[in-house]
Design a protein around this ligand. Sequence first.
Ligand SMILES: *[C@@H]1O[C@H](CO)[C@@H](O)[C@H](O)[C@H]1NC(C)=O
Ligand SMILES: *[C@@H]1O[C@H](CO)[C@@H](O)[C@H](O)[C@H]1NC(C)=O
Length: 266
Amino acid sequence: MTRRSSSQKFHHRWKRKPLAMLLICFCLATFVLMESQCSRIKMPTFISRPFIQKPKIAFLFIARNRIPLDMVWDAFFRGDSENIFSVYVHSRPGFLLNSAMTRSAYFSNRQVNESVQVDWGEASMIQAERILLRNALMDHYNERFLFLSDSCIPLYNFSYTYDYIMSASTSFVDSFADTKEGRYNPNMHPVIPVENWRKGSQWAVLTRKHAEIVVQDDTVYPTFERHCKKKSLPEFWRDHPLPADGSKEHNCIPDEHYVQTLLAVS
Ligand SMILES: *[C@@H]1O[C@H](CO)[C@@H](O)[C@H](O)[C@H]1NC(C)=O
Ligand SMILES: *[C@@H]1O[C@H](CO)[C@@H](O)[C@H](O)[C@H]1NC(C)=O
């Protein structure tokens, strides 16, 4: 731990414990006046054991609107988890996730402000991920960044999940070379060389270092926006005209390639 962060942590504790601070001031004043009395006043134990903020996990929800399973998460967060996690929700613009829209205090007012309209399978999904990471990185205690959809549920209890995620010093990102014809667009070269083209699940856990790489990326993301589009499916042909030559379209599935490819490129 650095000197700076330890003093920050100490400050943090001071802010949260005005009562404890009052107690100490009282004791110091009394000490001058009545030395013998003061020795009997029990000093708060945190003076000898400075408060150490444990690293937090940021739960990043990509939701359409509200979180339908908020009460399942509420039960998960309740308990020993105090102050070692944070919640951020990306919902569509115009929707307000306030206390009327959720039965769980953990989600109330946890919506990020500058949300975008997400079209499933489009680059806007990546943008939502980047907005969530940007917000979560502002809290310096967030050490792991966990992407979740509005239909995810926890399978284990909080302490098991916390220990499991924190015990690994690296991100949980599955990744394999995606050689499937038509997904890699040669126009992405040279920003994305074909040997760095990777696929995996969108639902990953990133370390702080990797989260920073994603937020700071200003080359790979624009390349995805430009050259990686969803292939129009028959059910959407009414809305989007059928391309003249469907084989020329690249069905990139940006959300399942972006983080993996970016980390490979970096
Ligand atoms: C979002 O905007 C509201 C109202 O302007 C503000 O109080 C809140 O702090 C903002 N949230 C974040 C995460 O910046
Ligand atoms: C949490 O889950 C783990 C693994 O299933 C279990 O060993 C542990 O006892 C559970 N802890 C609590 C507090 O329920």
